[in-house]
Design a binder for this molecule. Structure first.
Ligand SMILES: [Zn+2]
Ligand SMILES: [Zn+2]
Length: 352
């Protein structure tokens, strides 16, 4: 009688099955989980740009772990030891791993339910208001316009979501985890508390669904976004912009351009705990919404930007676990009345 070598699948318990499915998911989607900002092309472009800045400024133009400008050799300029050995970088890494593990459960479900629902709602409203779809024919120009509208919708929803997260104390308790980074590295972009995952996913899904609804109606569903080398037209801009704005090298744009598009160094300001930098530069890419809402701040060359939250608050948001329990701790304090809503701002006044 032959010996059965293959274990019978049906003899595996439900927990093991779940675990197996998880392993398959991670191995299939591992590459997708590497953030766009950390792909080789974006990292190469980031280092190349930083090297050009190093040459142009003769070694000046980068910041140290305390947010002060300093002059260094090229290696220290690109990979400063005081920044990459900082505790904050290890916390970035663990928070990112946590976010990646929980993302399939907290983000994707929200995205796939809100995105198509928004799209259908917009199409339904347009049909109700203007009759059946005009079924236009798609051209490259229309595809570019579709990309642009999607991009502007996303940029606006990102701004509003981010603005609200700073202004509403219960949401600031969540977003504070992003701001408790004491140094900036490209991975800091992904430093978020897992409770923030469905919030950002809902904002993204709503904006993509809104644009898809408008263009789906106009073209009876027969349109796709313009792409460059199979990458969505604005994905490259997002990737590079996202990576560099959480890099310690100061990349300024000319004043006229910075009024329209956020330069990476403008996000250094957003991460500074100085009073004059508080609640400034919320944008993802364009400066349009910050200008309209009066919170645009274009920094001077070598402007001091100490990163993190005010020092007293920082003490309770340094480690991974402090950040993980942070929102729940703050919400508990809000409920029992021991949370000073404006405490963060008062502490900055005291410090200066
Ligand atoms: Zn913020
Ligand atoms: Zn940031």
């Amino acid at each position: 009688m032959p010996i059965e070598l293959t274990p019978k699948l049906e003899s595996i318990g439900p927990l093991s099955q779940l675990f197996q499915q998880f392993i398959v998911y991670v191995s299939e989607h591992g590459a997708e989980n590497i953030p766009r900002d950390l792909h080789v092309d974006v990292i190469f472009l980031t280092l190349l740009t930083a090297t050009l800045i190093w040459f142009k400024r003769k070694g000046s133009g980068s910041k140290d772990a305390s947010g002060n400008e300093r002059k260094t050799d090229l290696l220290q300029f690109l990979f400063p030891k005081d920044i990459y050995t900082h505790q904050s970088v290890r916390v970035d890494l663990w928070l990112w791993i946590t976010e990646r593990v929980l993302h399939p459960f907290l983000g994707i479900g929200v995205f796939i339910s809100i995105g198509p629902a928004t799209e259908q709602l917009v199409i339904g409203l347009l049909e109700y208001g203007f009759g059946a779809s005009p079924a236009l024919t798609s051209t490259i120009a229309w595809m570019l316009l579709y990309s642009l509208v999607t991009f502007l919708c996303y940029d606006f929803i990102f701004f509003i979501t981010h603005y609200t997260m700073h202004k509403v104390p219960a949401l600031w308790a969540i977003h504070k985890v992003h701001h408790s980074a004491e140094v900036l590295t490209p991975l800091t972009r992904y430093r978020e508390h897992f409770v923030a995952i469905p919030i950002w996913a809902a904002g993204g899904a709503f904006s993509y669904g809104f644009a898809a609804g408008i263009f789906g109606y106009l073209f009876a569903g027969d349109i796709v976004e313009a792409t460059l080398l199979n990458v969505s037209f604005f994905a490259i801009l997002f990737g590079f912009n996202g990576a560099f704005r959480h890099y310690h090298v100061q990349f300024h744009y000319p004043q006229w351009l910075a009024k329209w598009v956020h330069s990476p160094v403008m996000h250094h300001v957003h991460h500074s705990y100085l009073k004059q930098h508080w609640d400034k530069n919320f944008a993802a890419v364009t400066s349009i919404w910050d200008r309209i809402f009066g919170c645009l701040y274009i920094p001077e060359k070598d402007e001091y930007t100490p990163w993190g939250i005010p020092p007293k608050k920082q003490l309770e948001n340094k480690t991974y676990w402090q950040n993980m329990i942070g929102p729940f701790r703050d919400w508990y304090r809000m409920l029992n009345g021991s949370y000073g809503v404006s405490l963060d701002k008062v502490e900055i006044d005291e410090k200066l």
